[in-house]
Design a protein around this ligand. Structure first.
Ligand SMILES: *[C@@H]1O[C@H](CO)[C@@H](O)[C@H](O)[C@H]1NC(C)=O
Ligand SMILES: *[C@@H]1O[C@H](CO)[C@@H](O)[C@H](O)[C@H]1NC(C)=O
Ligand SMILES: *[C@@H]1O[C@H](CO)[C@@H](O)[C@H](O)[C@H]1NC(C)=O
Ligand SMILES: *[C@@H]1O[C@H](CO)[C@@H](O)[C@H](O)[C@H]1NC(C)=O
Ligand SMILES: *[C@@H]1O[C@H](CO)[C@@H](O)[C@H](O)[C@H]1NC(C)=O
Ligand SMILES: *[C@@H]1O[C@H](CO)[C@@H](O)[C@H](O)[C@H]1NC(C)=O
Ligand SMILES: *[C@@H]1O[C@H](CO)[C@@H](O)[C@H](O)[C@H]1NC(C)=O
Ligand SMILES: *[C@@H]1O[C@H](CO)[C@@H](O)[C@H](O)[C@H]1NC(C)=O
Length: 362
């Protein structure tokens, strides 16, 4: 009896190990079931303002949108990273194009090329993963301003070029074909005034994507209706991919908007008033299709990934590194008092700087 089950078990072994290795070698974006799906037929979890951190490196800036950096985000399964790109007028080198939140005085996360290098390093080490970068073009950089940052980081070698810069494809490639073609990076810019023959992989976001409103302060005020680009309706989106913004702002002193961190455990949860899971369901019923992208603050809380896995029908993801769903608190980590005072202090500093700039006509 014992022998027989042992024999049976050992006969199964080669199958088991073959299945396991086949699975791990063919998983795309953390699941074998996603490989044959088209890029636009998957829900990608996005980290809003990916490099803008609320951690020790920023003295727990209340302008930070994420507790963990872009590498940790990618390790945990985030596959779209957004960032604002600002021009820093004081320099002419790579430092000119910086990742800043609203202004470089409020939160400066370094230059664009360095951040792209960080992502490229991760992609070098994770060869079966398709990653999307969305640059919010705050100071109207041209393709010839941004392209060199992609080149110097080396990430351009992974970039996908669409068949046409101005026409929405009827079908996007599958993850499999993006991976085997070596074009695993999708690079969108909001917005790019003109496509570039030299940097054809830089895609104008609103040619290919539409978004719902992102300026929301209440869990009952989310909408699935197209907001950008202007002039679309839910029944007429021109074949664009749906990008679902799902985060809450709160208005602080002097009208400055900051991420609402006190409600994010519900905002990013699967159920609850204004939760990610509920909103994905709501918008899926509006478009008869899950959103292609969802964008969240503090991605680890919830965890937001659970609702995205559900939308993708993924039950056993592989190759992720887990991150706590807890919200780190400054007081706990630094052991010192009055984060509130520091927050108000930094806002006052910005307000003073802005007032000085206005007074001197800068
Ligand atoms: C999208 O994915 C679903 C679920 O796997 C599948 O049934 C459907 O055929 C796919 N559609 C396209 C256009 O890829
Ligand atoms: C990202 O954060 C992790 C964990 O805190 C740290 O080990 C790593 O050095 C950071 N990576 C970068 C590129 O900052
Ligand atoms: C340039 O960046 C520096 C450092 O972040 C900042 O202090 C300065 O205000 C920036 N200048 C402009 C014009 O944004
Ligand atoms: C893969 O690359 C080849 C050669 O560049 C191109 O013709 C083909 O369309 C690409 N396939 C996809 C799915 O992007
Ligand atoms: C929610 O939307 C309603 C109706 O548009 C508006 O009156 C209200 O001010 C909004 N609430 C918040 C907190 O933004
Ligand atoms: C965050 O949103 C919740 C739900 O609307 C609200 O009760 C809470 O006061 C907000 N937090 C902040 C800091 O504004
Ligand atoms: C969210 O956090 C609040 C305050 O810590 C707690 O009362 C509530 O139960 C949490 N909700 C969820 C869904 O985790
Ligand atoms: C969104 O989904 C929730 C939960 O399924 C439902 O109660 C609510 O009525 C839906 N809201 C809209 C606007 O569809």
């Amino acid at each position: 009896m014992f022998f027989r089950s042992l024999l049976q078990a050992s006969a199964l072994l080669p199958f088991l190990s073959a299945t396991t290795s086949a699975q791990s070698s063919t998983a795309c974006n953390n699941s074998p079931s996603l490989c044959s799906r088209a890029y636009n037929n998957i829900t990608h979890l996005g980290a809003h303002d990916s490099p803008f951190l609320r951690d020790k490196s920023t003295s727990f800036s209340t302008s930070g949108n994420q507790y963990y950096n872009s590498t940790v985000q990618l390790d945990a399964g985030v596959r779209l990273l957004s960032a604002q790109v600002h021009k820093n007028g004081t320099t002419s080198n790579a430092d000119k194009w910086r990742l800043c939140h609203s202004t470089c005085d409020l939160l400066d996360a370094g230059n664009l090329a360095d951040w792209l290098s960080e992502i490229k390093t991760w992609m070098d080490n994770n060869e079966n993963e398709v990653v999307t970068v969305l640059l919010v073009n705050s100071d109207d950089a041209s393709a010839s301003d941004l392209g060199p940052q992609f080149t110097s980081s080396g990430i351009d070698k992974y970039a996908y070029t669409p068949p046409s810069p101005s026409t929405v494809p009827t079908t996007w490639p599958t993850l499999d074909s993006l991976i085997s073609n070596g074009t695993r990076l999708m690079a969108f810019v909001a917005s790019l005034s003109e496509p570039s023959a030299q940097y054809p992989y830089l895609m104008d976001e609103f040619t290919f994507i539409f978004e719902n409103d992102f300026e929301n302060e209440s869990p009952t005020n989310y909408s699935c209706t197209p907001d950008r680009p202007r002039g679309l309706t839910t029944s007429s989106t021109g074949g664009r991919m749906f990008f679902m913004n799902h985060f809450l702002y709160s208005t602080q002193l002097f009208g400055i908007q900051q991420p609402n961190d006190t409600y994010v455990n519900v905002t990013n949860a699967e159920t609850g008033l204004g939760s990610l899971g509920t909103r994905i369901d709501n918008c899926t019923s509006v478009y008869s299709k899950a959103p292609t992208f969802v964008l969240v603050d503090f991605f680890n809380v919830g965890p937001a990934m659970a609702s995205v896995d559900r939308a993708n029908g993924v039950s056993r993801a592989v190759g992720r590194k887990s991150v706590t769903t807890a919200q780190p608190s400054e007081a706990e980590q630094n052991g010192d008092a009055s984060p509130a005072m520091r927050r108000d202090g930094s806002i006052i500093a910005v307000v003073v700087a802005v007032m000085v700039a206005i007074a001197f006509g800068l």
